[in-house]
Design a protein around this ligand. Structure first.
Ligand SMILES: [Zn+2]
Length: 116
């Protein structure tokens, strides 16, 4: 018996997705695949910016915050450009001006790409 069973406080644990009691839930377990928003549904915005000491960086924004996917893409971009980079809260930076190369790699990965 639940602590508050039969009182106004009683809130049986319900599934948020199907609204059935947890014990009656028929939802499949959440998988990574379900959480993933495919590249075709994302628009990557790529631009170059000049930083202090006149250094250029290529900045990539607009991607969904999917850490595993961003990490993989980041590795791919760094290796293709032969550059270092940084992952920030809402952007990925690759050192140097690699606008064309990065746009091409994103497109090959299926992303829609906008240059700024
Ligand atoms: Zn459910």
């Amino acid at each position: 018996m639940r602590l508050f069973e039969g009182t106004a406080w009683d809130r049986p644990p319900k599934c948020e997705r199907c609204d059935r009691l947890d014990s009656e839930c028929v939802c499949p377990p959440e998988t990574m695949a379900e959480a993933v928003i495919p590249p075709e549904k994302q628009t990557a915005i790529v631009k170059t910016e000049r930083r202090k000491k006149g250094k250029w960086v290529t900045v990539l924004t607009g991607l969904e915050p999917q850490p595993a996917i961003i990490a993989k893409l980041f590795t791919q971009l760094k290796s293709a450009c032969g550059s270092g980079g940084t992952i920030r809260d809402d952007s990925v930076e690759i050192q140097g001006d690699h606008l064309n190369k990065i746009c091409k790699i994103l497109a090959e990965n299926g992303y829609r790409v906008k240059r700024r």
